[in-house]
Design a protein around this ligand. Structure first.
Ligand SMILES: [Zn+2]
Length: 434
């Protein structure tokens, strides 16, 4: 397996999103063309029938061979024919407008897919041999920026996300339009308690919802009915029920029965059997259902990949020696409030606390590390250059030097990373374990 193959396997959503969008645009184009062409065909047939009834008169200067005849456009059939032609011209113009917008959408998706393929193919470059190569580091930095943009978009920070994407030139590598649309509709449900945007989205994607047998559109309409009852508009609620919900009576009989019963109980009263229908929590459930369906349609990951990678990284570093708080401590918020560490070297202070030297023990990450599993190390590892300190503890020399450098201790000194004792450099003895 070549270097980068494992990474490529993790990047499936990157190509899937434009692919799903292209598929959706293609289906939409196909449906639109089929519907319009059929209607134009029917219109053309009607036109033939109408014109066959229009009276004609032979032109006075026509030769006997000339089959052209003047058509009498004054009759009602002729007027109808002209109106039919106008209608057909209007339809063709509308079709042209729609096709042109679908074409732009398709080109946008193709350009996105191309940019993403180019980005992924950088991993196949022969100069990218391992994680230490410069090209791989550049690639990883771009990837990190993409993950951050995705995280910001999913967490309601679209301006930050777009500024970062624009500053790094990675707009085509992140799903800005899709995630923004998802956020907007989710917010309209969760915060504004309005169904119009979600309903419009459902109408636009009805074929997909039908294919996956989604309950979303019905639940949205059911919620609208509940809101009409809650607002004390029984007549409107009954009319809405007849227009939008009654057709589901066969498949959702129990729910429809409850919907009917809801009319008899006000939301302000303590209505035990109907509390769940009046509960505001239903809006959160609808928002969750919408987000899940939206992500399924576009092939988006359900959670931010940034969080997945962060959790994986913390787990890989987490050991039983780490100072991770217990779940109770996290819950009770007994930890000291986070504070920024003073960088070493600037204040000439030696900080050997685990909070600085170990990412998992740091104040910023240790709460996140709490629910994550420990790394599983099957094999013990011995550094190639072991030395013994005066306190009889053994470490790799290169690692000790690196640690001392990071800790900012004076030159020609080394420090025990566990006991935090400082020794002279020459006091470390080379050992040869057998
Ligand atoms: Zn630690």
């Amino acid at each position: 397996m070549a270097f980068g193959d494992n990474t490529l396997q993790l990047e499936e959503p990157l190509l899937r999103v434009p692919y799903e969008s292209m598929r959706k645009t293609f289906k939409s184009t196909q449906r639109h063309l089929e519907r319009n062409i059929e209607q134009l065909r029917v219109g053309a047939q009607d036109l033939v029938n109408l014109t066959s009834n229009v009276p004609t008169s032979v032109a006075t200067n026509a030769t006997p061979d000339d089959s052209a005849m003047d058509v009498d456009y004054s009759g009602s059939e002729a007027a109808q024919a002209l109106s039919q032609i106008d209608g057909m011209i209007g339809r063709v113009k509308g079709m042209k407008r729609k096709m042109s917008s679908l074409k732009s959408e398709h080109e946008r998706n193709v350009s996105k897919a191309r940019a993403r393929i180019d980005f992924l193919s950088q991993l196949c470059d022969p100069t990218v041999q391992d994680v230490d190569s410069e090209k791989y580091k550049d690639w990883s930095r771009t990837r990190l920026n993409m993950l951050l943009v995705d995280y910001c978009l999913r967490n309601g920070q679209p301006n930050t996300a777009m500024r970062l994407a624009s500053a790094r030139g990675i707009e085509k590598l992140v799903d800005i339009e899709e995630l923004q649309q998802c956020n907007e509709i989710e917010r309209s449900l969760r915060t504004d308690h309005v169904i119009s945007k979600c309903q419009a989205w459902c109408s636009e994607n009805r074929q997909f919802l039908k294919k996956i047998r989604s309950n979303l559109e019905f639940q949205i309409k059911f919620q609208q009915y509940i809101e009409l009852v809650r607002d004390g508009k029984p007549a409107e609620a009954i009319q809405y029920y007849r227009q939008n919900l009654i057709k589901n009576a066969e498949t959702k009989f129990d729910l429809m029965m409850r919907a009917s019963g809801l009319l008899a109980f006000r939301s302000s009263e303590d209505n035990e059997p109907y509390n769940d229908l009046y509960s505001p929590q239903r809006w959160d459930e609808l928002a969750d259902m919408f987000v899940q369906t939206f992500q399924e349609l576009h092939g988006l990951p359900h959670r931010s990949l940034f969080l997945h990678y962060l959790a994986t990284g913390i787990t890989a570093l987490k050991t039983h020696s780490c100072e991770v708080p217990t779940a109770e401590e996290v819950q009770q918020q007994q930890l000291a409030p986070p504070s920024l560490h003073q960088p070493f070297g600037r204040n000439h202070r030696v900080d050997l606390t685990r909070g600085y030297m170990c990412p998992v023990c740091s104040i910023e990450l240790r709460n996140l590390a709490q629910p994550l599993p420990y790394a599983l190390h099957h094999h013990s590892h011995l550094d190639a250059d072991p030395v013994m300190l005066p306190n009889s503890r053994i470490y790799g020399k290169a690692k000790l030097d690196d640690y001392a450098k990071k800790a900012g201790i004076p030159p020609n000194k080394i420090v025990d990373p566990v006991t935090r004792e400082i020794f002279d450099d020459f006091s470390a003895t080379k050992v040869f374990p057998t």
